[in-house]
Ligand binder design. Sequence first.
Ligand SMILES: [Zn+2]
Length: 159
Amino acid sequence: MIIREAVDKKIMNKIVYAKNRAVELLKKHGIEISNAEIILDENLQKIADAIINENIPKIRINPNKIAEFDSYDIVFIILHELFHELLLTEVDEIDIDDFDHKIYNKATDLEINQIIAKMIGTDKLSNRLISYVIWPNYYGLPFNKRWHFYYKELKKKGY
Ligand SMILES: [Zn+2]
């Protein structure tokens, strides 16, 4: 039990450090959010997710899945989840009748990952992280487009 707690404490410190860097980076880019709350959840299916309620972000993280990533990778993962909440709510940019949530998630991931890679600097990210997240070239698509572009293209290509 004591060992488990020590491990959790070490991971928690790593995550809190990354969270503070993430909030700082957002501030530098003109996005002010309140200090985020971190919740460790071993039962979470994904590595992380986030919700923002009244400007207060709550970030859930699976400590077992995050342990293998470097410090800047964790900043990336936290920012990724926050960006889903912060920036990309313009669902009306696409044809709602034909809305495909899986493609929407992929398309927003493509835009978000590029924004964050620029914010952090690709050279600071591990190869593990870079191969873990998705990029436009995996789908034969160009970089530097908005998510609605990717949505339409992914749909056309049948992803
Ligand atoms: Zn995502």
